[in-house]
Write a protein that binds this ligand. Structure first.
Ligand code: XUL
Length: 531
């Protein structure tokens, strides 16, 4: 028997699975299922449900559940020896919340293996859809909670972040205010991560400290629910939240449903899930300060390990808890790969052509700048979407391709200053990391070498490594993180993209101009934009 560990990643657009073998230090299975194409009856667009209200973005939790069945069935068909898996953990898109009713605990404990998970669980929701991280409809609630907690700086100091529209606390408050009867009927509120963990464990899962830090409800220093934040959010909230737990906690043996239906061993352990960013931190092996990663997924994130909690007094950045029990800093950009894709589609290109145009254009884009806020943006805060162009001809495809990538990387440089970490090396992950010309711009703007890791799916890999770590703890061992990740997180040989000195010099000027234009646009937000 080999030492196999399964890591799942329930992200915005897909469910991924990675199986690692800790004896051979190899990834032995890597697969993903796209929600839009595999589960068309949910009618999602990029995994989300859109309405007439552009700021409201939800997803159907039953779709995530149904994806689990499809993926497990496929794993078996693909010949994975499911019975050799010792523990399972996962990674969830952060902040999204699932509202369960009084039937949930029973239904989870008594899943009937003759029926699909979605059939077993369709009656357990007090709210049929889950607001996710892309939802930015809670500005009013953010202001209300922030005021009760003493303003931006105090809110960030107490909870790790200022209040943000997508964070779970403001989302819960909006639900309580707009649908009070459903709020009353909610017996348990889960994050995407703890909801999926509950399905695997057959019981309501704790919320891990890493993902709990993305709620504006947890005391970031003491890693406990913060009563003043709960009170500022909604009544009786404590009674609806599960306990918080360190990221290595075993919830219990895996649900008998998975044993009977897919052949998991009955002693396989379900380890709490965490958020995709804390999982990625581990999947990239970021275990000391100065090690920074950029995830180029649906959202773009820039994050790094942080030894002691240092919050952003200006309130743009976040501090979460790392799976190691220390901290991590993060900034999140909503206009990530989908914004880049919008430009690609607008000019009728494919990625190969897009990259070719990046290579053909000059660093600094001859002064052409785009503020690419196709969607309301998180960093910097932009509530009214809109794209601004400066010295940039909308008809010039090549210049627009370069402008969007430069804007995304410049924004990372500008808005990561509060972390006070000069990156020694940047690791790139997420779907966008395969594009070397994009990484070259990142290296030039940040003046720092950029490498890729072997496995593109750092969140799923991190989840599998967390499963291994949790299993070892449960077995009474004292695993060192460095040993757990060894061999899995090495950068791809020859993938290093080095900064070009001349280009880096151009960016020092260009970044200044970008910062001025951005600051101006933020002042007269909405008035000078064109779609
Ligand atoms: C982080 C954030 C996103 C989501 C989705 O704060 O909102 O990165 O976790 O990936």
């Amino acid at each position: 028997m080999s030492s196999l560990f399964l890591g799942l990643d329930s992200s915005t657009q897909s469910l991924s699975a990675i199986v690692i073998d800790c004896d051979t230090r190899r990834v032995v299975y890597d697969n993903a299922l796209n929600f839009d194409s595999a589960l068309q009856h949910y009618r999602t667009q990029n995994g989300t449900l859109r309405s007439d209200e552009p700021l409201v973005v939800h997803s159907p939790p039953l779709m995530w559940v149904e994806a689990l069945d499809l993926l497990f069935a496929q794993m078996r068909r693909d010949g994975v020896v499911v019975g050799d898996i010792l523990a399972v953990s996962g990674s969830g898109q952060q902040h999204g919340s699932v509202y369960l009713n009084e039937r949930a605990a029973d239904a989870l404990a008594n899943l009937d293996p003759a029926r699909k998970l979605a059939e077993n669980l369709h009656g357990v929701f007090a709210r049929p859809t889950a607001p996710i991280w892309m939802d930015s409809s809670t500005s009013v609630e953010c202001a209300e909670i922030r005021e009760k907690l003493g303003g931006i700086e105090a809110t960030a100091r107490k909870t790790g972040s200022d209040t943000f529209e997508r964070f779970t606390g403001p989302q819960i408050r909006k639900f309580y205010k707009t649908e009070p009867e459903k709020y009353v009927k909610t017996t348990s509120i889960a994050l995407v991560s703890s909801f999926m963990a509950s399905v695997l464990a057959g019981r309501i899962s704790p919320i891990d400290h890493g993902d709990g830090a993305g709620m504006n409800l947890m005391d970031i220093e003491n890693k406990a629910w913060l009563q003043t934040a709960l009170d500022a959010t909604a009544p009786n909230l404590k009674s609806k939240l599960p306990p918080l737990a360190p990221s290595g906690t075993v919830i219990g043996a895996i649900s008998p449903y998975l044993v009977k239906r897919y052949g998991f061993r009955s002693e396989a352990q379900a380890v709490v899930w965490s958020g995709d960013n804390p999982c990625s931190l581990i999947g990239l092996g970021l275990l000391e300060e100065g090690m920074v990663a950029v995830s180029l997924g649906t959202s773009y994130t820039y994050f790094g390990y942080m030894e002691r909690c240092r919050t952003d007094a200006r309130g743009e950045g976040h501090v979460f808890v790392s799976p190691t029990g220390d901290y991590m800093s993060l900034i999140c950009f909503k206009n990530g790969s989908l914004a880049r894709q919008r430009i690609r589609d607008q000019y009728g290109l494919d990625w190969a052509k897009f990259n070719e145009l990046l290579k053909r254009t000059a660093p600094g884009n001859h002064g052409g700048i785009m503020l690419p806020w196709f969607e309301a943006e998180i960093v910097p805060r932009v509530n009214r979407p809109g794209v601004c162009r400066f010295d940039l001809d909308p008809k010039d495809a090549a210049a627009n391709c370069r402008a969007i990538v430069e804007a995304q990387m410049i924004s990372m440089r500008l808005h990561s200053q509060w972390m006070k970490v000069t990156p020694k090396t940047i690791l790139a992950t997420g779907g966008g990391a395969v594009n070397t010309p994009v990484l070259q711009i990142l290296a030039n703007v940040m003046r720092c070498p950029v490498s890729r890791i072997e496995v593109g799916k750092s969140a799923a890999l991190g989840a599998a490594l967390r499963a291994a770590h949790g299993w070892l703890l449960h077995a009474g061992k004292k695993p060192m993180w460095r040993d757990v990740v060894a061999g899995f997180t090495d950068p791809v040989p020859d993938s290093e993209v080095r900064p070009n000195t001349q280009a880096a010099r151009v960016y020092d000027k260009h970044v200044k101009r970008y910062a001025d234009l951005e600051a101006k646009a933020l002042v007269d937000q909405g008035t000078s934009r064109t779609r």
